[in-house]
Design a protein around this ligand. Sequence first.
Ligand SMILES: Cc1cc2nc3c(=O)[nH]c(=O)nc-3n(C[C@H](O)[C@H](O)[C@H](O)COP(=O)(O)O)c2cc1C
Ligand code: SF4
Length: 486
Amino acid sequence: MIHAIPPEDWPGADEAGRSRLFSPVDLGRGCTLATRTWVPAMVPWRATDDGDVTPAVLRWYGRFADGRPGALVVEATGIRDVPSGPLLRIGHDRYIDGLRALVDTVRERSHGETRVFLQILDFLAMRRRPEPGAYFGRFLRLDAGHRTRLAALTGDAGWEQATGDDVRAHLATLDDAGLDAVLTVREREDLRRGYRERVTDTYLPHVRDLPKVLPGLFAAAAVRAEAAGFDGVELHYAHAYTMASFLSALNDRDDGYGRTLDGRVRLPREVFAAVRGAVSDRFVVGCRILADEAIAGGSTVADASHFARVLSRDGMDFVSLSKGGKFEDAKQPKVGEAAYPYTGPSGHECMPTVRSDVRGPFARNLGLAREVRAALRADGLSTPVVGAGGIVGYRMAEEALAAGACDVVGAARQSLADPDWWLKVREGRGVEVRRCKLTNYCEALDQHHKEVTCQLWDRAVVPGEGDVPRAKDGRRRLEAPPWHPR
Ligand SMILES: Cc1cc2nc3c(=O)[nH]c(=O)nc-3n(C[C@H](O)[C@H](O)[C@H](O)COP(=O)(O)O)c2cc1C
Ligand code: SF4
């Protein structure tokens, strides 16, 4: 069913001034958020192919800072010094200057009010869905098992002795049922969705060694983030990436870094310990985890509560919660395209849209946040919890705080739709808020690695504005139209 965006009863400036939402919250380490408002990480596809900050990146974050959120989390930024397309990187000291310019921009444009964190992440290799010819010709590693199963399928024992070229050529002629009989589960997935490494592929030396290398890589990245002037880092332990895969209930590594709850959280704890030990006492270190993986056999809110407790006891400064966003249930990509973790049911849980079940998208994931937060408080832990997911209005945000679902309210797409919205509400000018439609036009752009913009403003023409930077397609403006606070 399709849900309508509920009408909003915007507060006047006085009411907003007395609200929980616009009251401060202390993250410790000398870092107080002036308000409980948070712009979660969003990749805008504006970095260079070498992962450098560009003028477009500065404009993007400057625009969010105009709305003066309590905190702004800069997009998922790679900790390794390896090519990864136009995503920000922090795997080398040469990135520090560009990132410092980003921090300076946020400070200046928010009048020093917004705290700025960098989300740092690691991800494993994946490839696009191959042409079947290329898969059978080059990628498939033939072994005796393929020959035996092909012989059984065809009733022709001759396949046991056939040349590799002949076997490959014949496999390429098989229908799906035939391929199901001859290929392993993993090979079928490589063929139909593209090859994707997992943390459980411990036969690969670099995957086996992740627990040895990741603490150092994350720590070095955090040190650079501090040198660039960030207030802290958010360790990306959520969605489809390496650290979330360690936390996952599907992690059956047998080297002490999987299987049990404590095994799964071991590397995230070791990464945190390395980061905490490398940065100063004034530098905030928090993490983002999944309150529920939202996939078959995946982690639940009970697992997330355990992880949040363990990580908070270790000294994590905040826990930000997300949900889903996994590869396991992502849609099959077209040939030549890569799988995208926000296309399946778990993707919908991560970025819920108005096309939803009866529960609808609004504040959809805050119930889970409330459970995790309650588990922390029951253990006497006061770690601030950041909730997000379908918050598109002031009342929803205020209710989430009043209900104890979170201590800080994250709104990603609503902030993209209108980066000034926090300030508009604070000033009693909520009627001027451009309200997110929760239809995920922006997410579709992200999926196709195009510069992310919002359907509500990317064609806007503002009289007298002059030249506005446009996307590579030449049509869409890259930043929200200006708004003039009093
Ligand atoms: C374009 C786009 C890019 C995103 N990139 C990231 C990211 O880099 N890291 C992350 O943790 N979440 C990312 N997200 C998820 C958001 O942070 C947020 O959790 C999600 O959109 C749900 O919140 P919302 O309903 O307020 O939008 C992204 C979301 C969008 C729309
Ligand atoms: S493109 Fe759609 S879903 Fe995305 S921020 Fe704009 S209105 Fe919201």
